[in-house]
Design a binder for this molecule. Structure first.
Ligand code: HEM
Length: 538
């Protein structure tokens, strides 16, 4: 914005028919906007022609300026200090000098820690060292963050209320090469038009994948995150790992480039965490060329707009040894979907699906007949890690929003942050988030080092346990943040909007992918199993 004004210029625009205000040295013409201002027009008129920064920051968060700046800002005051040349982004920084370990980098290059962005909106240079990250992680984080902050975060509330995310955003996930990196495998460059800009495909690892999910989750909307990766992240890996080459070659490019969508259809009205008891049946036709599928699936993320359903079906007898996975295509006759209304994750497209005499070619079998349960179990580790990353980032969002608010809201003559009871809440949030996050990083490192079979045996229990830890932490942080925000997190939108939305999203994390109860029990059963297999005496 190139125009500059003096304070005297601004002061003359202090009437309803020409109303300007100043926020942080920038001049806004709010003449037309005043009528539609959710806080009322009189409140704007009272500060017409004046510096309203203090009042503005009392009632709004940064998102408002991002959203309205382009429409309302007409220039800046001549007294506004010129912006300093931006410091080089971590991505552009020269390669670090050879260090004892290539992954030893200071904290500003790590996923945002609990204490960054707390007192200001710029990263603080609080340096810890880490064995996990190198400059490609920092570059990726900067790349995604820029996109999320400009094209996504300002609109997420609108999308959530509308219960959908514009199709262009999903397409952009493909264009940017993000989808091909979210499969828990090596980067699938052979199937995409564009690879990720800031990371060479052969350097892609699980920490890059973690950062991608983490940065998308900074939006503070489970609905948004599930919209773009919820169906894909669990529906696509079984296809990539166990699908026949002809099937993969036919449909994977469309999916990874963001033109087609896929989801996972396992849960049924009567089978959730108890997967082995699902009843949706697939009978082989007499000529052996098709399966005929009949049954219902419920709470299927992204089902409403998916082109493909990675579906768990019963092809054999009762229990886990009669389950297979079939790739069902939307345009097969007999497939119908209806949207479900849920407590949270509104823009994720939770769906009820019915299959009525759907004829599915045997080529669409994923893995071997009656051995689908193993595929489903392999998939669970990846799914649960995704849930953990999201929960911990959402917990951080609750914490960060709370710290920012506690530093400006005054009650009983003090800022909230000056009340010990509020600091205690923040401390309990922080200790749980940091402990869980460190465990997460360690488990991702173990996944990176172990093969899939070893990881399934040795990490399944720990990942289940951390999933429970992460959802309990999220629930705690959402509750405490909500108490700190008071009424502002009871009404939707506005300053407490993220906290209000996340509070509603909690159950969508604590129940699916294995409920807290099942996860905790599994963690102990699994550790006893490992102990037995490794010959430990109990
Ligand atoms: C560029 C100028 C401004 C814009 C674009 C703007 C925009 C908004 C928006 C979108 C809301 C709805 C709540 C939210 O989403 O946060 C809101 C609420 C509000 N605004 Fe503004 N506003 C501006 C300036 C001001 C100023 C200068 C004041 C005070 C002097 C003010 C006072 C309020 C109040 C009291 C509310 C209601 C807060 C609540 O519901 O708790 N606004 N504004």
């Amino acid at each position: 914005m190139s125009k500059t004004f003096t304070q005297a210029d601004v002061s003359s625009h202090n009437k309803p028919d020409s109303l300007w205000i100043v926020v942080d040295g920038d001049v806004y013409d709010v003449t037309k906007f005043a009528d539609e201002h959710p806080g009322g027009k009189k409140i704007l008129q009272r500060v017409g022609g004046k510096d309203a920064s203090k009042q503005f920051w009392k009632y709004h968060n940064e998102g408002i300026l991002k959203k309205y700046q382009a429409k309302l800002q007409i220039g800046s005051l001549d007294t506004k200090p010129k912006a300093a040349a931006p410091a080089p982004a971590p991505a552009a920084a020269p390669a670090p000098k050879p260090a004892p370990s290539p992954r030893l980098l200071p904290l500003p290059l790590l996923p945002t820690r609990i204490f960054t962005r707390v007192y200001t909106s710029v990263s603080l240079a609080l340096s810890y060292h880490s064995p996990y990250y190198n400059e490609t992680h920092a570059a990726l984080r900067a790349e995604i963050r820029e996109w999320v902050e400009t094209a996504i975060e300002p609109y997420v509330t609108e999308w959530d209320e509308k219960k959908e995310v514009p199709a262009e955003i999903y397409k952009e996930m493909g264009n940017r090469g993000y989808l091909a990196g979210l499969l828990g495998t090596k980067y699938q460059s052979q199937y995409v038009e564009n690879s990720i800009k800031s990371v060479p495909a052969d350097k892609w690892d699980l920490f890059h994948e973690m950062l991608l999910t983490d940065e998308l989750s900074r939006t503070g909307s489970g609905g948004f995150v599930w919209n773009v990766i919820g169906g894909f992240g669990i529906g696509c890996p079984p296809l990539v790992k166990f699908g026949k080459k002809s099937l993969v070659d036919r449909i994977l490019p469309g999916i990874l480039n963001g033109d087609k969508r896929i989801c996972l259809a396992i849960t049924e009205p009567d089978a959730g965490s108890d997967v082995a008891n699902l009843t949706c049946e697939a009978k082989l036709s007499e000529d052996g060329k098709h399966y005929i599928v009949n049954g219902e699936k419920k709470w299927i993320t992204n089902g409403i707009w998916s082109d493909y359903f990675t579906t768990a079906v019963r092809t054999g007898g009762p229990g886990m040894n009669g389950v297979s996975l079939l790739l069902i295509e939307r345009d097969f006759p007999g497939v119908s979907t209806r949207r479900m209304d849920c407590q949270g994750v509104w823009s994720s497209g939770t769906t009820y699906i019915t299959f009525e005499d759907v004829k599915v070619p045997v080529e669409n079998l994923i893995g071997k007949e009656n051995q689908g349960f193993r595929v489903i179990m392999t998939n669970f580790n990846h799914e649960r890690i995704g849930i953990i990353i999201q929960c911990l980032r959402f917990s951080r969002v609750c914490y960060e929003e709370s710290v920012k608010y506690a530093n400006k809201r005054r009650t009983f003559g003090k800022k909230l942050i000056e009340h010990p009871v509020i600091r205690l809440k923040l401390a309990h949030m922080a200790r749980q988030i940091e402990a869980s996050y460190n465990w997460l990083e360690n488990l991702i490192y173990q996944c990176e080092k172990m093969g899939e079979t070893e990881a399934m045996l040795r990490l399944g229990g720990a990942i289940a346990s951390l999933k429970a830890q992460a959802t309990v932490t999220f629930e705690f942080c959402a509750r405490e943040a909500s108490q700190i925000f008071g009424g502002l997190s009871y009404s939707r939108g506005g300053q407490g909007g993220k906290v209000e939305r996340l509070y509603r999203d909690v159950r969508a994390y604590a129940i699916p992918g294995g409920s807290e109860e099942i996860m905790l029990d599994l963690s102990i059963r699994q550790s006893l199993r490992v102990a037995k297999m490794t010959g430990m005496k109990l």
